[in-house]
Structures are given as structure tokens and as C-alpha cells.
Design a protein around this ligand. Structure first.
Ligand code: MSP
Length: 636
């Protein structure tokens, strides 16, 4: 019987639309889920949204809407995004669903039934962090800021408390017996040290908040968001309902995948709640690192949100999925930039993978009449390379060391390239035609490329199907058994087709996006940010210009070539605004330009200045002035 594998992501807050941190987590979970499925496991993959609590209440109030309206909106964004990124979850839980409320009530009921004095009514006096929805005692706070730097509010209210202090030794004992419970190990050590330092009881209800799950039997209280949120992992399986077939089948979770900031909730509070209610504990919690921007965590509260949806729109989900997994050492932090994406795309995908594919396919196409060569091969350097690298790759996948898994895949690719160069198939063809020796060489190259793509299947699922079909292989043959040498049939049609990864013109793409940044970076100004003087500002020649002609730049999705009159002369500008504006609607408009910018070449066209535009989630919006303002008017 297939082994079950239950994987969950954190459920994401709905106070704002998802950003790269959320995207990353769901992509990683998807890669793991796909890999386990193709290894034959009975996988259940859960993601969802955390919709209660003060932060949602406040965000909704700010926008003048009800919390549920905000949640509905953001949930729609989640669904759209996960579809676009090819995230193959089996279930999506919202904490506002009835099935979830039932699960929360049931876990509290079980705690009270099994350990009646685990929950008691008490008074909390201390500090509250609305951002992290966490309470702190006076002892823990020095300057009215939480450990993450958010401002705290004074709090005093009657709450239900959970007797967490009782679980210190039970937890330490559990950690001892399950040395792989939290990964990476350094984080586990932090958890153990925290618990060993003593645990204080935890307030698990609120009277100051309305937006939540009413406390069973006392509707003046709502359930503390973390007790509410953590229970999603079992409520989604039908825990507490009449239909608990999924709970019986999949619980305990094999992997809770979360960011490092919420490890304590998952590795301390959650196991203690479960122990109290007499429910089995999850098998593993993995705390991944953060995506950073300028070395700061990307988050709504910092205000440096990155939503690289434009990258996904322009180059597809698969290259982006590959990039985030290849770039980040799983468990560590990593800075994000569009430039890093373009560099990696061109080097790894366009160059190494794309070129090797088209080279091998083109040769097989022209030497063997568009078919896979007729002779299979069972003894060559590539078999040896694949027999060494595939097990390494599988070990890395089991260790969640995705970067290492991809490095091993690339080592095979390098071996294929070396093999082609060493065997010079073009020379063989010239000398002896499409003989058996040539057939073996090209079959070997195509066969090992097939294996490379099977290795890539969890990372780039859509492109893998296409690539396998081009190679003459069954696009669905991506199981771990397909990593064995010898799967490529002989004499079956192949397809060269268009390049899988057309090279990105870095200057044009980054240049085009720099004049209108594709990512919304609303970085809150740090207090020590260097200010410029009025003289420095006056050095920028900002003026009104009239657009006299506009045309799309060939082969670019973003760029438009503009001829503008700046009051003195006509000049050519290239602007990355084609995703929003058509050339026709631009002619006649008055815009604001930076007139004294150094010229720059974009897609071979010299751009003399820059058009100013605001950017909303990557969508440019031109700064325009009234048509009555004459071209050349200074802007200051
Ligand atoms: N709602 C809670 C989780 C409850 S789980 C029972 C929460 N939500 S969140 O929206 O703030 O974060 C969701 C996940 O995204 C968390 O695992 C968090 O660590 C992760 N990330 C949020 N920002 C991140 C980065 N900048 N980089 C990588 N992941 C980070 O916490």
C-alpha cells in the first residue's frame, strides 16, 4: 500500500495580497508534493488562509469594508496566483469556514475533557503586538517594541489561559525522542533552549477582538488567533466532524512547511495543544528562510513588498519556480532581485539547458529523419554519470536540499555537453553518415537529457511535459523509476520546435523595467536615509514634453519608442510602458521627462532621457500634465 504523506504550508494572512514569501513557500511545498507523488506516495497537500484576528479587522476597517469582504478578495488572489504558479494543492482551508470552526471547538472540548485544569480564566496584564498578534509580559519588554521591532500596545483583559507551563518537560522529552522534529537543526536548538528556559501559560482567548471564532460556551471571548490558526491542519481533514476519513488517513502531518519566524508556534504551542487534547503530534516542522530586499525581510509591515508576477507573466511559472529553488539554500535567507533572475535564466536555462536540448534535437532531427536514433546504448560515460548523479539527486530531494538536487542535475547536463563535444557527432556524420556509432552517441545524449528533465519534473512541471514530448518520450513518464537509464524509445518522432528558453536581453528587460519598476517597492524610509539638498534636486532637469510619435519596440513586450518634443528639440526615448499603453493612445499626450539623463541603449535604440511613471504592482501609470502646459515647461 502507498505510504501516506501529508504536507501543509502556513496559512497566509489576508490583510494583503500574497507576496514572494508566500509564493516561495507554496512553490517549495508543491515541489515536495510532486516529488512524493511521483515516488508513489499517497500525498495530501494543504494550503489556505488565516482570516481572523486584529490585523485583518484593522486592515478591513482602514479600507471601509467588512473583514470577510477583504478576506474574500485576497482569497481570490490566492487562488489565481496558485493556479498561475502551478501549485497543485489538494485542499485550501479558510479559517472562516464552518468546518474549521467545528475543528477549533472540538480541540478545545477535548482539552477540557482530558485535562480540565489545562484551561482556566485569568487576567492578563502586559503588552500586545497587533502586528504579530502576540502578547508579552512586562519582563519581556524594554522599549514598547516587540522582538520584531513592531510597536506594542498596553493590554489588560480577562482571558482563558492554557497551562503551557505544564508541558515543558513533556515537550523536552518529545524533542529528545524525535531529533528530526524541527529542521534545520540550528532552529531546533533555539526551540529547545526556549522551552528549557521555562514556559509561561498562554492566553488563548480575547475579549478585545470581535473578528474570530467564539469561545465555546462563552461568546464574550473569541479564540486566540494562533490556537484558531494552528488547528487548520486538522480541521481541514474533517477533525471534529462526522466525516473524519481524511483525518484518520493523513494525520499526523508528515511536514509542516513554514517560515522561520513562526517556528515557536509550530514547535512549542502546537505540540502542547495536541498533547493536551490527546492527538498525535506532527512528524516534522521545517522552518525555511526569508526572502529579503536590501537585507530586510520582505513583508507588509516593513513595506518592501516584492510581487514578481511580472517575471511570471513574461517568462512563465516554471523558470520562476526553478529560480527560487536554485537561488535559495533551503533554510537560509536570500536577497531578491529581478536582475538575479535574468542572470540565472540566461546562464542555466537559456544557455546550459536550452542550448543543449536544441543542439541534440537538431542533430537527431537532421541525421535520423526527425526520429530518435535506432540504436540504444548500454555502456558509456553518460550512463555512469547518471548512475552516480541520480542517487545523489534523490538523496538531496529527501533532505529537502533543493539547491543540491539541482546542482546534481546540472552536473549531468555538463556531462552531456562534454560528451557531445568529445564525440563530435557532426564530424561522425560527415565521415560515415548516420551509422550505428553516431546513432549510439545521439541516443545517449537524448536519453540523458530525458533523465535531466525527469529530475526537473517537480520543479518545472509544465515545461517537463513539453520537453519530454520533444524528446520522443511519454510526457507523463516522470516517476522516480523513469530516472533509470534506458527509457527513451528508438525510432519515435521527436520535435525540435522553438527554443524552450529564449534568451532575455538583459539590458532591455532590466532597462525597460528600471524606468518603470515592475515590482512595487514601497520601502518605508529608514530614519537615517541620506537626504538630498534642494540644489541636488535642481540638478535634475525635469520638464514637460509632448509625445509626437510612438511605436512598439520589436521583440520587446515592455518597450515603446517615443519621439517627444521637449521645448527645444525632438528626442528619442525608450520607455517600459507597453504593458499598459498602446502607441496610438500616447501620441499627443503631455508627459514629464528627465531631460538630462545619460543616454542609454535599450534593444539597440538610444534613449535620451526617461519618462516618469508611477508603478502599481508593476503596472506603469504615466505622470501627465494638462495638454495646455507648453512642452519645455520646467517641473519642480
Ligand atoms: N498566518 C500566519 C501563519 C499561521 S500557520 C498556522 C502567518 N501568515 S503570513 O502570511 O505572515 O506568512 C505566511 C508564511 O509566509 C509564513 O510561513 C511566513 O514565514 C512566510 N513568509 C512571509 N514573509 C516571508 C518572506 N519574506 N520570505 C519567505 N517567507 C516568509 O505567519
Amino acid at each position: 500500500m502507498a505510504q501516506k504523506f501529508y504536507i501543509t504550508t502556513a496559512i497566509h494572512y489576508v490583510n494583503d495580497v500574497p507576496h514572494i514569501g508566500h509564493m516561495y513557500e507554496n512553490i517549495v511545498a508543491d515541489v515536495i508534493a510532486r516529488h512524493r507523488r511521483r515516488a508513489g506516495d499517497d500525498v495530501w497537500f494543504l494550503t489556505g488562509t488565516d482570516e481572523h484576528g486584529q490585523r485583518i479587522e484593522r486592515s478591513a476597517a482602514k479600507q471601509g469594508i467588512l473583514p470577510i469582504e477583504l478576506a474574500d478578495r485576497v482569497v481570490a488572489d490566492h487562488h489565481r496566483l496558485w493556479k498561475k504558479l502551478n501549485v497543485s494543492y489538494d485542499d485550501f482551508i479558510r479559517t472562516t469556514e464552518a468546518r474549521h470552526r467545528i475543528g477549533v471547538h472540538e480541540i478545545i472540548r477535548r482539552m477540557l475533557e482530558r485535562n480540565p485544569d489545562d484551561i482556566y480564566l485569568g487576567e492578563f496584564q502586559g503588552w500586545y503586538c497587533p502586528n504579530d498578534e502576540t502578547y508579552f509580559t512586562d519582563k519581556e519588554v524594554t522599549d514598547a517594541k516587540c522582538p520584531n521591532g513592531h510597536p506594542l500596545e498596553r493590554a489588560r483583559e480577562q482571558n482563558y489561559f492554557f497551562r503551557l507551563s505544564r508541558y515543558q518537560h513533556l515537550l523536552l522529552d518529545f524533542y529528545d525522542k524525535h531529533p528530526g522534529f524541527v529542521l534545520p537543526r540550528t532552529r531546533f536548538n533555539e526551540v529547545i533552549a526556549f522551552v528549557a528556559g521555562g514556559l509561561r501559560d498562554l492566553s488563548v482567548s480575547r475579549t478585545s477582538i470581535r473578528w474570530g471564532i467564539p469561545w465555546p460556551g462563552n461568546p464574550d471571548h473569541v479564540t486566540y488567533v494562533w490556537l484558531d490558526a494552528l488547528t487548520n491542519y486538522i480541521s481541514a481533514l474533517g477533525f471534529g466532524s462526522g466525516d473524519h476519513e481524511k483525518f484518520d488517513r493523513y494525520w499526523p502531518a508528515d511536514l509542516h512547511l513554514i517560515g522561520k519566524d513562526i517556528i515557536r508556534f509550530h514547535a512549542v504551542y502546537w505540540p502542547a495543544f495536541l498533547m493536551s487534547a490527546g492527538i498525535e503530534l506532527p512528524r516534522r516542522v521545517f522552518g525555511h528562510g526569508w526572502w529579503l530586499r536590501d537585507n530586510q525581510k520582505i513583508s507588509k509591515s516593513v513595506g518592501n513588498i516584492v510581487r514578481p508576477e511580472n517575471i511570471v507573466d513574461d517568462f512563465g511559472a516554471d523558470p520562476f519556480r526553478y529560480f527560487v529553488l536554485r537561488e535559495m539554500v533551503f533554510g537560509q535567507d536570500q536577497n531578491y532581485s529581478d536582475e538575479a533572475f535574468v542572470t540565472r535564466y540566461n546562464a542555466d536555462l537559456a544557455n546550459d539547458l536550452g542550448n543543449t536540448m536544441s543542439r541534440a534535437l537538431k542533430m537527431a532531427d537532421s541525421y535520423f529523419g526527425g526520429k530518435t536514433p535506432p540504436t540504444p546504448s548500454d555502456d558509456n560515460d553518460l550512463i555512469r554519470a547518471s548512475r552516480e548523479l541520480v542517487p545523489e539527486y534523490l538523496r538531496a530531494m529527501d533532505d529537502y536540499a533543493f539547491q543540491r538536487a539541482l546542482e546534481n542535475t546540472w552536473r549531468l547536463l555538463v556531462a552531456i555537453n562534454g560528451y557531445i563535444v568529445a564525440n563530435e557527432p557532426w564530424k561522425k556524420f560527415k565521415e560515415n553518415g548516420a551509422d550505428e556509432a553516431l546513432s549510439r552517441v545521439l541516443w545517449n545524449a537524448l536519453e540523458s537529457l530525458r533523465i535531466v528533465w525527469v529530475m526537473l519534473a517537480p520543479f518545472m512541471p509544465a515545461l517537463t511535459r513539453d520537453a519530454l514530448a520533444r524528446l520522443g518520450s511519454d510526457p507523463d513518464a516522470i516517476g522516480v523509476d523513469a530516472l533509470q537509464w534506458g527509457g527513451l524509445p528508438n525510432n519515435v518522432p521527436i520535435r525540435v520546435g522553438e527554443s524552450i528558453f529564449p534568451r532575455i536581453d538583459t539590458a532591455a528587460y532590466i532597462g525597460g523595467t528600471m524606468s518603470n519598476p515592475p515590482i512595487e517597492t514601497t520601502q518605508a524610509a529608514p530614519p537615517d536615509l541620506a537626504k538630498i539638498s534642494i540644489d541636488q534636486f535642481m540638478e535634475i532637469d525635469l520638464r514637460v514634453a509632448e509625445i509626437r510619435a510612438a511605436e512598439k519596440v520589436e521583440k520587446s513586450k515592455k518597450l515603446i519608442k517615443l519621439t517627444v518634443f521637449d521645448g527645444d528639440r525632438e528626442r528619442t526615448l525608450v520607455a517600459g510602458i507597453a504593458t499598459r499603453y498602446s502607441p496610438e493612445e500616447l501620441v499627443g499626450r503631455k508627459v514629464v521627462i528627465v531631460a538630462n539623463l545619460q543616454p542609454a541603449k535599450l534593444m539597440g535604440i538610444e534613449s535620451n532621457g526617461m519618462v516618469l511613471a508611477a508603478s502599481i504592482a508593476g503596472e506603469p501609470s504615466l505622470l501627465s500634465v494638462d495638454t495646455s502646459v507648453p512642452a519645455g515647461t520646467k517641473v519642480k
